[in-house]
Design a protein around this ligand. Structure first.
Ligand code: HEC
Ligand code: HEC
Ligand code: HEC
Ligand code: HEC
Length: 133
């Protein structure tokens, strides 16, 4: 009888832990979800000249068949690209040394996005193809 009671209590504890882990998992999935991203919206551009760039993050990467996050979220060491990722950082965190460096930030965005579209001959390469009204 006592043995049974104990195991019942253990069961309760276990289900409590299971519920807790479940909520942690949901939180983690929400934190890592990128499904909500529909445009590129780098905080470094205070005033934009062009309309926002359409970029359905997950959908884009699925359709383009890009599995390796470091293709875009890259890390360099001594000028050489490593296998590490800079997920969670804005491109401007590394590519914007000051307010005057905006042209360089635009340059690297265009180089990465348009550059791949050109070399793969897929995806938009005209201004209006990315900066959609
Ligand atoms: C084709 C380029 C590209 C690839 C591949 C890519 N991302 Fe992104 N990701 C971006 C861009 C651009 C943004 C910034 C969107 C914005 O400005 O709102 C971003 C934003 C994010 C953010 C949000 C960062 C924040 O601070 O809000 C996360 C998280 C993220 N990506 C994770 C990933 C993961 C995980 C992978 C691999 C499975 C991946 N990305 C692959 C281009 C890419
Ligand atoms: C953790 C810092 C870091 C982040 C975040 C980062 N980069 Fe880079 N990136 C570098 C470094 C370092 C280089 C090496 C060349 C250099 O110093 O500019 C580089 C090189 C590049 C190049 C080649 C430049 C050239 O002149 O050939 C492009 C294009 C580029 N990054 C685009 C991006 C884009 C777009 C994002 C955001 C999706 C991004 N980078 C995020 C650090 C970063
Ligand atoms: C490594 C290659 C690669 C990079 C980097 C890349 N793209 Fe693409 N992109 C593609 C391919 C491939 C397609 C065509 C996918 C298809 O067949 O539908 C595409 C399609 C698109 C489209 C058309 C609509 C869609 O979602 O399919 C848009 C818009 C787009 N890309 C924007 C961007 C932006 C903005 C960036 C930079 C943040 C970027 N891409 C970076 C490969 C890339
Ligand atoms: C392959 C996609 C792509 C193409 C093609 C493209 N851009 Fe962009 N451009 C981007 C991305 C991504 C950013 C960063 C957007 C952001 O964070 O707001 C950007 C940023 C900019 C910015 C700085 C933000 C602003 O609106 O002031 C300007 C200006 C700009 N682009 C002009 C152009 C012009 C002009 C052309 C045609 C010659 C062009 N772009 C073609 C993807 C593209």
């Amino acid at each position: 009888m006592i043995k049974h009671k104990l195991s019942y209590r253990k069961q309760k504890i276990f289900s409590g832990v299971a519920v807790f882990v479940f909520f942690l998992l949901i939180l983690a999935l929400r934190a890592f979800s990128t499904d909500y991203i529909e445009t590129v919206d780098d905080p470094a551009f205070e005033k934009r000249i062009r309309p926002a760039v359409v970029f359905y993050h997950d959908d884009h990467n699925d359709r383009a068949g890009i599995d390796d996050c470091s293709v875009c979220h890259h890390v360099y060491e001594n000028g050489i690209k490593t296998a590490d990722m800079s997920v969670g950082m804005a491109c401007s965190d590394c590519h914007m040394s000051g307010p005057a460096a905006a042209p360089d930030l635009i340059r690297v965005y265009h180089l990465q996005c348009r550059g791949c579209h050109l070399s793969e001959q897929a995806g938009p390469v005209t201004c209006g193809g990315c900066h959609k009204k």
